[in-house]
Design a protein around this ligand. Structure first.
Ligand SMILES: NC(=O)c1ccc[n+]([C@@H]2O[C@H](COP(=O)([O-])OP(=O)(O)OC[C@H]3O[C@@H](n4cnc5c(N)ncnc54)[C@H](O)[C@@H]3O)[C@@H](O)[C@H]2O)c1
Length: 418
């Protein structure tokens, strides 16, 4: 407890209730916890976790601790840490460095504290810890055995680092496992983004025109759920194939300047910057709502928004109103940070059950295969993906078929006539 840097230790009982609630809805992680308790795979190792610090992440950290690890944890975004959850973890004996609404300096300071605990394994979300290890803490990086990355943006950063030959330890791209992106990015983001928007605005979605920028795994989920709630859905893309996919899925792809004139609610989820800028704000309707679900708060250009506005004020928790010269008002949710985490509780527990089971098993894999792994970005081994899927199916009471030897032979054989 003494090392932790948190807002208020007295909040711990409320955080503990939140962790207990999600634990009941994370059956895969519960199976892994039992295994870890017996096998103690992390005994004698330090694990640093930097993922949005809310209840599901807290439970992952506790599962790693149950496996023998000394766990240090920090948030991965200044607005997504829940102070009561952070307090509960500190009481449980983890080293916690995080609080809600940290300044940029505080956020970085928290990550440096995490790194200064000299981790053997790093579990990152978005790549900020790995970036600091490769810039300001290279002496710590030299001793890191390896790690895992949670999200698309972090994997992109890792691949770029590896491509230039500078990655200092092996990293597993957990995001790219099937049990991650098919469920977390699509169904998790699809649901939690709407939960964040609806609880923040208390407005109806049916009948609204929603613009989803980016039709990747996350964008597909957000668009699908918007349609289900009765919205008209426009998609903007830069990839021609994804634009056709959106069209065939029943949405309306168009360029972003056209979309700017039509939307009531705009959601960016591209992993790219400057998706909406001054050019778009000048075309938007009075009352347009802007938010972001991509990893960094660079998708909605906030300085352009401030510059086109003659005044701004907070009108509701997590809603800022920008008034333009001609009287139009544009609303920005959660400072343009991930709306589902900065203005919500993140993905449903049943979804993070799979993502975090992959994290726990991939971290164990890194330790067990430390000698064989080189300084590259690896995909999650198929056996781990399949194991997570099988435990999940079992927890849902679903049984499936398996191939007979004859079927296996048939699909492996090229030289048959029927
Ligand atoms: N909010 C969350 O909880 C959550 C969950 C998972 C991932 N993410 C983050 O969301 C972002 C998207 O992740 P993903 O898995 O969907 O990625 P993805 O690579 O599957 O999809 C991104 C899509 O955006 C498109 N795109 C890129 N630049 C664009 C631009 N300027 N305008 C329009 N479209 C553009 C790409 O062509 C691609 O189709 C990443 O930053 C990722 O880290 C957030």
């Amino acid at each position: 407890m003494s090392k932790s840097i948190i807002r208020d230790i007295n909040l711990a009982p409320s955080g503990r209730l939140k962790i207990d609630w999600v634990r009941q809805h994370m059956p895969v992680l519960n199976v892994i916890r039992e295994q870890f308790e017996k096998e103690q795979p992390f005994k004698g190792y330090r694990v640093a976790v930097s993922i949005h610090l809310e209840a599901k992440t807290a439970y992952l950290a506790e599962v790693l601790k149950a496996g023998g690890a000394e766990v240090s944890i920090a948030g991965s975004n200044p607005l997504s840490t829940q102070d009561d959850v952070a307090a509960a973890l500190a009481v449980a004996g983890l080293n916690v460095y995080s609080w809600y609404n940290a300044t940029d300096e505080e956020y970085k300071d928290h990550l440096l504290h995490l790194i200064d605990d000299q981790p053997d394994i790093v579990i990152d979300d978005g790549g900020d810890v790995v970036q600091l290890l490769h810039t300001e803490r290279t002496e710590v990086a030299a001793k890191v055995i390896g790690g895992c990355e949670e999200t698309t943006t972090g994997v992109l950063r890792l691949r770029s680092l590896a491509k230039q030959g500078d990655l200092r330890f092996p990293m597993i791209a957990v995001n790219d496992a099937q049990c991650k992106y098919l469920f977390d990015n699509r169904y998790g983001t699809g649901e939690s983004v709407w939960s964040g928007i609806m609880r923040t605005t208390n407005l109806i979605i049916a009948g609204k025109t929603v613009v989803v920028a980016g039709y990747g795994w996350c964008g597909k989920g957000i668009a699908m759920r918007a349609k289900g709630m009765g919205a008209k859905v426009i998609v903007t893309e830069v990839d021609p194939v994804k634009a056709i996919e959106a069209y065939m899925d029943g949405f309306h792809p168009m360029n972003s300047l056209e979309a700017a004139k039509l939307g009531d609610i705009f959601i960016t989820v591209t992993g790219c910057k400057d998706v909406f800028t001054r050019n778009h704000y000048e075309l938007m309707q009075d009352g347009a709502i802007l938010c972001n679900a991509g990893h960094f708060d660079v998708e909605v250009n906030k300085s352009d928004l401030a510059n086109v506005a003659i005044s701004r004020r907070i009108v509701r928790k997590d809603i800022e109103e920008f008034t333009l010269q001609d009287g139009r008002k544009i609303y920005l949710l959660a400072e343009g940070r991930l709306v589902n985490l900065a203005a919500g509780d993140g993905h449903p527990a049943e979804i993070m059950d799979m993502s975090f089971a992959l994290q726990a098993l991939s971290a164990k894999y890194v330790l067990e295969n430390a000698k064989a792994l080189t300084k590259q970005v690896y995909v999650v081994p198929k056996e781990i993906d399949d194991r997570v899927a099988n435990i999940k199916l079992k927890s849902m009471g679903v049984t499936i078929d398996s191939l007979t030897p004859e079927q296996q032979a048939y699909i492996s054989e090229w030289n048959h006539t029927t």
